[in-house]
Ligand binder design. Structure first.
Ligand code: NAD
Length: 593
């Protein structure tokens, strides 16, 4: 039976320690919270007051309960006050020498059976354990930020951690209302090992001016359903903490994807530590505030649409899922839409699918019958590409094949009227190839919609080196008119979303392949620890393993980045025909479900 821990200590009341103290005291434990000096202690207490006051004002906590929480917390600047603690959780800065000093001190102060836990994100728990005379009582208890909200706790056992200690800590995690996964001692554990490669990559995109901070963040929120964009998340984590985590991970993995992007060190040196210092990638109203205030880097509202060409009549080429969705989006956005399919049956099928989709919206009370009729009246179908000659904008959404798209753009280049904008919805082919084939590259732009186009708000507007500024501006303006959120990027494999998403999915496969954790634990860690709508294996099975592998190969070939090389396990599953949900088996077996 696990021991019930009631008397606990927390060392360090920064971003994490204050949150951990709140979680423990809320669950009824008595907590001694220790900081370095009175000033830091007051600040830590302030974090707790702010957080609990907010919970009260939102009706999530009674005022009386808040007072009881504070009665259970003893604030102190002396480690000696931890002499009767059954468990101490350390949450001081991510530096081995500092943590080792605290552990050595705690080892002297606390009774021999006190469990010493670290909230480290990346440092070796084993290395820390051996500075004490009780390595078997040392464990990792890795909470997520903000600790009161995020439900995951990674319990990190070393090769010498006693099973009883693991059981006690697991039982505590459960009592705190958390979901725990227990794993071995490896830099980054599950969640950070997968998260930080992605965050670092997003930072390097920003640093290389591939896209703006706002666009990178919006792309990942709207394209992947993440609760926060990567740069906003870096600011929440703290730039110094992020640097230390990446640096430790790099030293252990020697994986270049973990080598901190140079700008992170520069920001750290300059004191731009994120929310906790009031400025990081974004500028905040004050220290510890979540409120972003505009600064010199904030794009102007008009900037991206300046000089946009006038668009009324739109042509769409294609008859698949994407084309049908896009036709509906444009028609609902008030544009006159003419689409081209390869055969009369396909024209009819699109019209039927469109009518059905609109009908469903009428039945659900989301669309008036009259509006449905107006939308349908704006759409006409044909099998002749020549009928697109009068269109202001032509959007291509045919099969993802370069020869097919090249042939199409060669035709469109000839038949489209002067001044027409030609857009490709490709998600993986170079837009410049379409541009070149058209013979009028300045008019060609990428408009990457996400599936289902009717629902997903993101459009990646992709400019090649030849795209005229007013053509990109037109794609922006049209996307806005459709109620979408356009982001700008240039013509590189994966654009923003896929370039950030697929290496992360690949890393998850490599982690599974290395037998570090199970697919269930990895999925749980990303969902519960990082708020992802789906775990990486769930997502791979939905997207399709073959599709994922193809995208990963493209990224690898374009960037020649060793870390992007597709995981052999993914290749093997694809070879075996396990392609995900569509074949009933991928990383999981769906046949019996
Ligand atoms: P932070 O800089 O916000 O807070 C650290 C606190 O420790 C500061 O308040 C500092 O005054 C205090 N401190 C320093 N030396 C001390 C000492 N000798 N005794 C008592 N207090 C001392 O850092 P943070 O982001 O809260 O990170 C703390 C730990 O939690 C790190 O190991 C980090 O890797 C880990 N962690 C961070 C996050 C995150 O998102 N920030 C998430 C999970 C885990």
């Amino acid at each position: 039976m696990a021991r019930e821990l009631n008397e606990v200590g927390v060392v360090g009341l920064g971003t994490m320690g204050a949150g951990i103290t709140e979680v423990l005291a809320r669950a009824g434990l008595r907590v001694t919270a220790v900081e370095v000096n009175d000033e830091a202690l007051a600040r830590g207490r302030g974090h707790l007051e702010h957080s609990t006051d907010r919970a009260v004002s939102r009706g999530k906590l009674e005022a009386g309960e808040r007072d009881e929480i504070f009665e259970r917390i003893r604030f102190s600047t002396s480690l000696e006050d931890l002499a009767s603690a059954e468990l101490v959780i350390e949450a001081i800065p991510e530096r081995m020498e500092l943590k080792a000093e605290i552990f050595a001190a705690l080892d002297k102060i606390c009774p021999p059976d006190t469990i010493l836990a670290t909230n480290t994100s990346s440092l070796s728990v084993t290395e820390l354990s051996v500075v004490t005379g009780r390595p078997s009582k040392v464990i990792g208890m890795h909470f997520f930020n903000p600790a009161p909200v995020m439900k995951l706790v990674e319990v990190v056992q070393t090769v010498v951690t006693e099973p009883e200690v693991v059981a006690d800590v697991e039982a505590l995690a459960e009592r705190l209302g958390k979901v725990d996964v227990t794993i071995g001692d490896r830099a980054g554990f599950i969640a950070n090992a997968l998260l930080f490669g992605y965050l670092n990559h997003a930072v390097s995109m920003f640093e290389n001016r591939y896209a703006s901070r706002e666009d990178i963040d919006a792309a990942m929120r709207l394209g992947c359903g993440l609760p926060m964009g990567p740069l906003a998340l870096m600011d929440l984590i703290g730039i110094d903490t992020a640097y230390e985590i990446l640096d430790t991970m790099y030293k252990q993995s020697r994986n270049r994807l973990h080598a901190p992007s140079p700008i992170i060190k520069q920001m750290m040196t300059a004191g731009l530590l994120g929310r906790k210092s009031g400025r990081g990638f974004y500028t905040y109203a004050e220290r510890d505030s979540a409120q972003v205030v505009p600064d010199a880097a904030t794009p102007s509202a008009e900037g991206a649409t300046a000089g946009a060409r006038d668009v009324r009549a739109v042509g769409v080429v294609g008859s698949g899922t994407m084309a049908t969705g896009i036709i509906e989006v444009f028609a609902k956005g008030g544009y006159d839409v003419r689409f081209v399919a390869r055969a009369p049956e396909k024209v009819e099928a699109v019209q039927k699918a469109l009518a059905k989709s609109l009908e469903k919206q009428v039945q659900r009370g989301r669309l008036e019958e009259s509006a449905r009729d107006e939308v349908l009246a704006r759409v006409s179908g044909t099998t002749s590409l020549d009928e697109l000659a009068d269109r202001d904008l032509i959007v291509e959404a045919v099969v993802e094949s370069l020869p097919v798209k090249e042939a199409l753009f060669a035709n469109l280049g000839e038949l489209a009227k002067p001044g027409a904008v030609l857009a490709t919805t490709t998600s993986s082919l170079p837009v410049i190839e379409c541009a070149k084939a058209s013979g009028r590259p300045a008019d060609v732009v990428g408009m990457h919609f996400f599936n289902p186009a009717q629902v997903m708000k993101l459009v990646e507007v992709v400019s090649t080196i030849s795209t005229a500024p007013d053509v990109a501006a037109t794609a922006h303006a049209v996307s806005l008119a459709l109620g979408k959120h356009p982001v700008s990027c240039t013509d590189r494999a994966g654009f923003i979303v896929n370039a950030l998403l697929f290496p992360y999915l690949n890393d998850a496969v490599k982690m599974l392949e290395a037998h570090y954790a199970t697919a269930d634990d990895i999925d749980a860690a990303m969902k519960v620890g990082c708020g992802y709508p789906m775990g990486p294996f769930e997502l791979l099975d939905v997207v399709g393993l073959d599709v994922s592998l193809a995208i990963e190969r493209e990224l690898y070939i374009e960037f020649r980045e060793p870390g992007f090389a597709p995981a052999p396990l993914l290749e093997h599953l694809v070879t075996a025909g396990y392609l995900g949900r569509k074949t009933g088996r991928g990383f999981r077996d769906y046949a019996s479900r």
